[in-house]
Design a protein around this ligand. Structure first.
Ligand code: SAM
Length: 274
């Protein structure tokens, strides 16, 4: 950017914009304008290492959209979107409200530029809020989500964790976080996860991107498709299971083979506690 649509939000003062940031790099990959020179330079280096990053991220956004439509069709009328990102085309509330204007959405992100922009975007949108919280602290997330008075946790809800768990380094912490969030949800709720994987990348390409992302705020980590699949343990995966996001219930022929997509994604229904 270096230009702020609508002026620089007050709560972004003091942020070091010289350090590349994952949310703003993601925005750049998607053709957005909420990014700075440092973000674009880092993103361009990642793209030079693997041009499939852009179609992979587009595949993720497509997955997110199809999941939201699928869930609204199943009667889900409330969403908690963790790591919701910089608002861009096809936000969860845009997609859901096209099908049912009564759907309630709470976005959660801990990146100040993202939160400020989302706030600007949704000022006049009913049934939608963003809360500034770190998903590694579920108590605070639930507390702030409750404060919005939009979500009813005694009823089924769609929990979205799309391209966000990869920002947590520790495998056990990721599994424990998913468990803690899911434990708070009513039976009949759903969990959607999309997570980056280097499974099919040449080792030197994976290593170059991993090194680059270690200097990005927050750093990002790969996980194997098996590890991603295990996050749904004990839940009923919606067919086709954990696949490339482009291949999850596609509405058109996917343009790239699944091996070229650097994410794996799935949706599962949360049943009654055992
Ligand atoms: C790559 S973007 C994904 C955006 C959106 N979910 C999507 O798939 O299009 C990841 C978002 O997660 C946010 N994020 C990363 N770590 C987080 C954390 N610990 N708590 C809350 N948000 C986080 C980032 O700020 C960023 O906006």
């Amino acid at each position: 950017m270096d230009r702020w649509p609508g002026g620089r939000p007050a709560d972004t003062e003091g942020i070091d914009l010289r350090r590349p940031n994952s949310a703003r790099m993601y925005d750049y990959y998607l053709g957005g304008s909420t990014n700075f020179e440092a973000d674009r330079e880092a993103a361009d280096r990642a793209l030079a290492a693997n041009p499939d990053v852009v179609p992979s991220i587009r595949a993720n956004r497509g997955f997110l959209g199809r999941v939201v439509r699928y869930l609204v069709d199943q009667g889900i009328d409330q969403f908690l979107d963790l790591g919701s990102g910089i608002p861009t085309a096809g936000n969860v509330h845009d997609i859901a409200h096209r099908l049912d204007p009564a759907v309630r959405v709470v976005y959660v992100d801990n990146e100040p530029v993202t939160v400020a922009h989302a706030r600007q975007l949704i000022t006049d949108v009913k049934q939608v809020e963003i809360v500034d919280a770190d998903l590694r602290d579920p108590e605070t997330v639930f507390e702030r989500a409750e404060e919005t008075r939009l979500l009813d946790f005694s009823r089924p809800l769609g929990l979205l964790m799309v391209s966000v768990l990869n920002f947590i380094e520790d495998d056990a912490e990721v599994a424990e976080l998913v468990r803690r969030y899911v434990a708070q949800l009513a039976p009949g709720s759903y969990l959607a996860v999309s997570h980056s994987t280097a499974q099919w990348l040449a080792p030197e390409t994976a290593a170059r991107i991993a090194e680059l992302y270690r200097d990005v705020n927050p750093p990002s980590y790969w996980r194997s498709p098996e590890q991603i699949g295990r996050l749904f343990a004990g839940m009923e995966l919606v067919p086709p299971g954990v696949v490339a996001p482009s291949h999850w219930r596609p509405e058109a022929e996917p343009q790239l083979p699944p091996e070229r997509i650097v994410y794996r994604a799935g949706l599962a229904r949360i049943g009654d506690p055992a």
